[in-house]
Design a protein around this ligand. Sequence first.
Ligand SMILES: [Zn+2]
Length: 436
Amino acid sequence: MSAYRIGRVLLVLVLALSGCAVRWETPRDPGPAPRGSGGDVATPALRDVERFWSAAYPGLSGGQPFAPVSGGYHPYTRRDLPPPCGDERPAYQPNAFYCPAGDFIAWDAETLVPQLEEGFGPLLVGVVMAHEYGHAVQSRLKLTEQPTVVLEQQADCFAGAWTADVLAGRSTAFTGVTPAQLDNTVAGLLLLRDEPGTSARNPQAHGNAFDRIRALQDGVEKGAGLCAGYRAGNVPVTEVPFSTAEEAATGGDLPYAEAIDALSRDAQAYWGRAYPRLTGQPWQPLRIEPFRAGSPPECPAPDASAGGSAFYCPGADFIAFDTARLAPALYGRIGDNAVGMLLGDLFARAAQARRGAGTQDRKGQLAVDCLAGSWTSDLLTREAGTGIRLSPGDLDEAVAALLAFGRAGEGSGTSAFDRIGAYRDGVLQGLDGCMG
Ligand SMILES: [Zn+2]
């Protein structure tokens, strides 16, 4: 049985990521905030998931028709518990789950589903239901003899395949989904991730947000057939446990000033190695100008990364960021590698501009994000003792940062959904993945 849980730590993330709480630049129009419908979103979503599988399942089962869950749908509350699942006595949990013994899907209609809908919009409820239904599909396709983390990512991938169907306009439950709603849904997946430091071998492991979003996007982009082929040997799992007790105690976060200093020096050194590979030219050290609120250094045409609070100045070739605003907005709310993501983006922006490539349009923005990911790849793959290294949770912090400053509606026409995908290409494939 698999379950979604809201932990104490994760609730902090909800607060950090819902609505425009993380916006730390002069607010752009955030669009209407998602609101609870007050009605049941889960049941129509499940019916729509069944519609999807009726069409898609025969392609995976050698032509066998799809059989919907025989045990039905079971919304439950504290006072009205779900039916027993096998030998397990019913108990209230703020979860959604598929019960293989009873072939039914149940969800907490009192807390979990209303919170997800209120905080992130109804499509996240649909994705959660499609994930649970994915476990029912695994039972039917006899795919369940795999490590939990693979099964969970496969269920996320199946949910992505359904999401693609929604985006293609075939859904009866969700219509006219916007890039901003998709970004909200991805922000919700951050809430449902494992706590940093969870081992991928943990029997409860669902995956960190970085891996779960990859699985969802695999399903969106490549369809259910790819998901059905997920096995332990072909799914990249980046979730790792903390390596020392000290790392576990600090959550792997460096103090703010130290983080800025260490990340800046590391990015400079990385581009000293990477830029010649990219262009055949040497890298000239990049000037960094931290400033205090409201007094940025003069730049005639800044190339904004996070509003005007952090930018690359192409005319004078330097990067600048508002150090007083970064601390609470990114470091305090998300973690040290949220600052790393922003610095990585600024350095990548400089590299892209210096080689004469665009940074402002969609293609340019995605190239910048891929190049930022190539630095993360270097951090992840280097030998121990050769500079700073990423700790558990850091990849999720990068994703959270992209969701904080890279949402749909920016000038470049990209969404956080697209930008996370481009960033991940750089992380998983390194610089080569950005040179195509
Ligand atoms: Zn699951």
